[in-house]
Each structure stands twice: as structure tokens, then as C-alpha cells.
Write a protein of this length. Structure first.
Length: 123
């Protein structure tokens, strides 16, 4: 059975600017990874952020700046392909709004998992 943390983790999706904002607390709960991988499971309607130690060529791997981890800002990732995939599996997303997803950490798999069923529109 998977063990989950009790700490809430969050991300914000800006459809219009094709940007994902990852709250620093989410990355801290993943162990301040040097790289993260953005994953989407269209069958389960789940988005995940995976902590990884190195970059993989040709996928959704992104370097996490140590400077950003110690600043007051969230981590922003622009990814046209990631946002387009979200729109493909959630066609009701309105491009003029931002959305927040709350999720949980799966420590054994070094994942932060977010259900697309829990998308909240930010007005």
C-alpha cells in the first residue's frame, strides 16, 4: 500500500501563458530535487511531478534551480506540450482562467500526485 504525507501540496496552471507554477513546499516535500519530470496519466486523469536525479533526453524533464528553491517565489515552468495535453484530456478548461490543483506526496515513488478531478478555477 502506498504511504501518503498529510502535508498538502499545490500547483497552479496558467493555460493562457502555458505555464505551470509549482509551490516550493511541493518541491521541499519531494526532497528539493535537482530535476523534476512532469507526467500525465490520461486514463486516470492524474498529473504527477516526479523527483529525479538527472535529465532524460526528449521528455518533460526540467532542471530545478537551487537559487529558486531558496527564494520567496514559486517555481515556474513553461511547457506548451504539457498544457496542450491537459487541454486534450480536460477540454472544458477555459483558457482565460488559471487553475489550482491540490495533491499529495507519495514518498516511496518520489511523486507529487494531483487529480484533474480536483481542478479549482482561480478567479
Amino acid at each position: 500500500m502506498r504511504e501518503h504525507t498529510k502535508q498538502p501540496v499545490s500547483i497552479t496552471i496558467d493555460i493562457k501563458k502555458r505555464r505551470l507554477r509549482i509551490f516550493k513546499s511541493t518541491l521541499h516535500n519531494l526532497g528539493d530535487p535537482p530535476y523534476i519530470q512532469l507526467l500525465i496519466n490520461p486514463d486516470c486523469l492524474v498529473v504527477a511531478i516526479k523527483s529525479i536525479s538527472h535529465s532524460f533526453k526528449g521528455d518533460q524533464t526540467h532542471k530545478v534551480s537551487k537559487r529558486t528553491l531558496h527564494s520567496d517565489n514559486c517555481v515556474e515552468i513553461c511547457s506548451k506540450s504539457f498544457i496542450e495535453k491537459l487541454i486534450e484530456i480536460s477540454p472544458n478548461l477555459d483558457r482565460s482562467f488559471n487553475y489550482r490543483m491540490n495533491g499529495e506526496i507519495v514518498p516511496d515513488e518520489k511523486l507529487a500526485v494531483f487529480s484533474l478531478k480536483g481542478l479549482t478555477r482561480i478567479e
